[in-house]
Design a protein around this ligand. Structure first.
Ligand code: CA
Length: 241
């Protein structure tokens, strides 16, 4: 499975911030600092799940880099890092085939949300970092001894109620828990990751979503083994009880 995210950025502080936070969120990350290195890495077809490309690079322009990569028929999703107020840069970026951009200085949750969205949009072609699951089509994440599975790209899942399509929020909540399997996530963390800037739900909202997910993904929803409450701390996901 192709997996790593390539970060092409020469400014050490930005590069480290991006790499650290992506790794913390469970992604494999590789970094390079120049136009030439970025180009040669990306021209190795299908190797990366996503590229995060700074526009101002030693040796060349990040937009020119994207143009050359697309010219070679490589469809790796690209997120551009642009400087504030460079609206022409954004237009040029989209013109050459960049998929999205964030403006520096950016908020980490926003960057992560855009990364997630791009990886999801890329369907199965570039792989998804969690799970595996053989066969054709998008990878699916299996647990409970194969009783349950989730396709994180389409939201389709095998549940106690048969095959259902999960809502975006249900999917993102599960994604957070699954990515950080066996680690306790607080309600506040989950609210920030899943709801972000959308709204201001209460922590009770998380509890209600978890109750719904237990009806779908627990052999006995009253005695959960996968979506476990850790009293006073939050929730954790366990693939195998
Ligand atoms: Ca730069």
């Amino acid at each position: 499975m192709s997996g790593a995210i390539l970060v092409i950025e020469d400014e050490p502080l930005v590069r480290d911030l991006v790499a650290f936070n992506l790794q913390h969120a469970g992604y494999a990350v590789q970094t390079v600092t120049t136009f030439a290195d970025g180009l040669s890495q990306l021209l190795q077809r299908e190797r990366y799940a996503l590229a995060i490309v700074d526009v101002m690079l030693p040796g060349g322009d990040g937009i020119e880099l994207v143009r050359r990569v697309r010219q070679q028929g490589i469809s790796t999703p690209v997120l551009l890092l642009t400087a504030r107020g460079e609206s022409t840069t954004k237009v040029r970026g989209f013109d050459v085939g960049a998929d999205d951009y964030v403006t520096k200085p950016f908020d980490v949750p926003e960057l992560l949300a855009r990364v997630r969205a791009l990886l999801r949009r890329a369907s199965g072609d570039h792989g998804f970092v969690v799970g595996g699951g053989g066969g054709g089509g998008a990878p699916r994440f299996e647990f409970g001894g194969g009783r349950y599975w989730i396709r994180f790209d389409s939201g389709l899942a095998q549940t106690n109620e048969g095959e259902v399509t999960l809502s975006d929020k249900e999917l993102r909540l599960l994604e957070q828990l699954v990515r950080q399997e066996d680690r306790v996530l607080s309600r506040a963390d989950l609210l920030e990751e899943v709801w972000g800037m959308d709204a201001f739900p209460t922590e009770r909202t998380i509890d209600n979503f978890v109750l719904r997910l237990r009806r779908l993904f627990e052999p006995d929803p009253e005695s959960p083994v996968h979506l476990v409450t850790v009293r006073g701390r939050g929730y954790l996901f366990r693939r195998n009880p």
